[in-house]
Each structure stands twice: as structure tokens, then as C-alpha cells.
Design a protein around this ligand. Sequence first.
Ligand code: NAD
Length: 305
Amino acid sequence: MLGIDLGGKRAFVAGVADDGGFGFAIAKKLAEAGASVCVGTWPPALGVFTKLLDSGRMKESMRLAGGGELEFERIYAFDAEHDLLDEVPAEVRESRRYKALPDFTVQGVADQFVADFGERPLDIVIHSLANGPEVRNPLLRTSRRGYLGAISASSYSFVSMVQRFAPILREGGSFLSLSYMASERAVPGYGGGMSSVKAALESDTRLLSWEAGREYGVRVNCISAGALASRAASAVGFVNLLIDYGRNNSPLPESIHAGEVGATAAFLASPLATGITGSVVYVDKGIHAMGIAPAAFPDLEDLKS
Ligand code: NAD
């Protein structure tokens, strides 16, 4: 039987701080396919995440489909906004949540992987993180600082990860990032430059697939996911409207669940997908394919006659 087998592979999923988002769902599916999974957690969220894990409150969601429990091989403090420790501003490095941590930068965590597991320790790298300081502002009222901050944390971070992790991936390795339809269509309210962030991620997927494919033999893909009420999306404030809109107007009139994105991520990381690179794969019940919302045609049945 054809199945996804990630046995013997190690993954790094960056952007996990609870069990409500895509990163967690991806980590779980990768583990269900047999991979060992390490996660990267943003320092400001690390304390809460560790408490959640220790308190047993995630026990139910840690249960794997085939039996057993999800275990993280390592949890790295990881801040994707910084490439090298020397470049981190002193007010960050010396702040309460950062000062006791090992090197949390992109290069620092790549180096820790090598120190912990030896040369070429990884097969799968997932970028499931975003931060837009002014996401609640319309693009029309977004400052330069807010816009560049969003790009730095949410899309350059992926370029940096490919740069710094590709050299330590084993043969057949792959990268994945998470995008949203606002990259290519106007989604009112998705502000602060976050739509531009996603457009950059998708564009970078194509050029990085070429460059890193030729230089390191790795694959680079992106999933454009439907709306999900994760912690990050809930903070934006109107994700439930996007979820309802998706359910009412998609070819498949239902909400996506995070496990569907997780399963696609596991497939894309697997030997079944060795022909796929430079692609944006939609996991959104088809909403991206629609040009006009069916609500514009209240009497849909009439159109069939
Ligand atoms: P989430 O809250 O589970 O994940 C976002 C994570 O990013 C959090 O764990 C947060 O701590 C982390 N983070 C923020 N800044 C960081 C930094 N500088 N360094 C490291 N980590 C940092 O939310 P999610 O919605 O599952 O988001 C995961 C990805 O999916 C994001 O790229 C998001 O844009 C994308 N996405 C989300 C939706 C949605 O509706 N939720 C739809 C499409 C795409």
C-alpha cells in the first residue's frame, strides 16, 4: 500500500508555541509518518509553551493517530528575526526573556542542530511563523517600520532559514513555508504589509527552489492555507469572518482543519513528492479558485436551468 513514510527522518518545525496552529498540526503529522520532530519556539512564547506542555493540558492533542504520543526531540528557543547573535540589538539580547537562552538566532539554531546531532542532521525544515506588528492597520496606514518589521519576521526569515539550513540538510531534504490567499487577492483587513509578506514568500519559493535546488539538491515549497483560528490569527481579530466566508463560498463548503495542512506538509516532505519543488499548493477547500462569491447569486439553483 502506498503510504507516507518519514521513518529515519528528522524535522525542524519553526513556529510552535501551542497546539492550535498549523505548526503543531504539521509536527504531529510528520511524527505520525515516522519522523522525529524538533520545534523552534519564539522566546517570548517559550515560557507559556513549556508550562502548557508540563501541565499536561496538551495531552489529548499530543495523542498520535497510530498510538503513542507526540514527543519533541528538542525544543529550541528560536527567533527568526535574527540571523547572527552578534547582530542582535543589546536591548533584545539582554532582555528578561532572552538573556539566559542559548543562541536563538537562525544561524545559532542551525549550529545547535549540528552540535546536537552531528553533520547533516536534518531532512525537513518547516517555516510556520509570522509576525506583523501593524497587522491591524490597513496597508494605507502602515508605517515603514511596521511594513519592514513584518517582512523581516515573516518572509526574510524564510530566506535566512534556507540560506543557513540548506547546507546541513541530508540528500532529499525539503523546506516548506505557509502562505495565505491575500498574497494574490485583496482580503480587506489583512493589513500591516502582511499581504506583501505572503506575496514575497511565494515568490521566494520559486527562486529559492532554483537556487537551493541546484546548489544543495533540496526542494522548496509553500502551502497556501485556508483560514484557521490559531492564536496568531485570532489576535488579528476577524479570523472567524474569514472562516465563515470560506465555509459559505468555497467549492467544498466546510472549514479546513489544521490536520489537512499537516497531511499535505507530510506528503510534500516525503519521497512521494520528489518531483515537486517551487510550488504553492493550496489547502483551502478551493476558495482561491473562486472569482465571485456565490452569495452574489442568491438563486443558484436557477442558474442550472
Ligand atoms: P500560530 O500562532 O500557531 O503560529 C505563529 C507562530 O509564529 C507562533 O508560535 C509565534 O510564537 C511564532 N513567531 C512569531 N514571531 C516569531 C519570530 N520572530 N521567530 C520565531 N517565531 C515567531 O499561528 P498560525 O496561524 O498557525 O501561523 C502559522 C503560519 O501559517 C503563519 O505563517 C501564518 O501566516 C500562516 N497562515 C495562517 C492562516 C490562518 O488563518 N491561521 C492562514 C494561512 C496561512
